[in-house]
Design a protein around this ligand. Sequence first.
Ligand code: CP3
Length: 342
Amino acid sequence: MPGLLLDTLRGTNSNKRPTWLMRQAGRYLPEYRALRAEKGGFLALVYDTEAAAEITLQPIQRFGFDGAILFSDILIVPYAMGQDLQFLAGEGPKLSPRLVDHALGTLEAVPERLSPIYETVRLVSAALDADKTMLGFAGSPWTVATYMTAGEGSRDQHETRAMAYRDPQGFQAIIDAVSQVTIEYLCGQIEAGAEAVQLFDSWAGTLSPAQFERWVIAPNAAIVAAVKARHPETPIIGFPKGAGEKLPAYARETGVDALGIDETIDPIWAARELPAGMPVQGNLDPLLLLAGGEELDQAATHVLEAFAERPHVFNLGHGIGQHTPIAHVERLLATVRGWSRG
Ligand code: CP3
């Protein structure tokens, strides 16, 4: 029995909606904060496979979500490509050397940095009930490249966008290198037990239409084709956050099986404009989950109703915030589980 989430990602429009939340394994959970304090930091947790498996399972045990998303980070790929990675409290991630002033060729790859992640997937898969879905993930090349070039997160990715205009060939080489590692990394997760995978393109929204074609659609299409050649049965969810009116082109041209959409998208527009029958995932505003109350119930029902005529995985439009009350998650789940099509 594959379970409601996997069925939905494969295109079945069931009467009930499966649900999981982006960043469901994380700081809003007291049991996560306790383990993090004990193990001393985020990266230490990711590389302690027993702890990472436990954290992956924490939100399933507490809430019974339909999917367990691997506890790791999109920046493990640049770490395996040879950049140094640090998560400094209150400052976000730092990668060095940054590729705006260091050639890609100076990095020395450390592929062993990916192996423990596969072990975590194996541990979780072995522990997960058959009706729950193990979700793997990676960042998309554009989003990962923004961190690799600037060395950190930035508000509008201007250094990376400028570099891509100034030196398109050099930037293409970075995108291609990230794509190759990402293909191996996703296939490795699938071979270890991931039943579906998501590509996070969190910073797709700052690109011009031509740049979006080149740096978002083209590399995601290449990754989808390569992963599908080896694992045709595994659904791939694309999440080009901020893509707006470019979503239909992304949906048609990348070959992804399902589309994650963020909270800026009108679900009624998405239901009408996206390819017929394509599963969608989203798109409640995470801040409504923080706020709670009747507005939360109404907005969640609005999303459920809007997508009634196509396969739909209920999720947020972006990750759950660290100050979100547990009671609000429970309230949301009551709405989603109480809803039925027709
Ligand atoms: O969704 C999940 O629960 C699975 C694990 C997961 C994490 N990061 C854990 C994490 C996933 C899927 C990610 C994806 C990720 N990481 C993205 C894409 C999605 C998005 O949110 O846009 C990006 C851009 C990153 C990079 C990253 N990692 C940043 C910018 C930060 C710092 C900001 C922050 O939220 O702390 C991280 C750290 C991070 N990744 C934490 C977690 C649980 C917080 C670590 C901690 O301090 O405990």
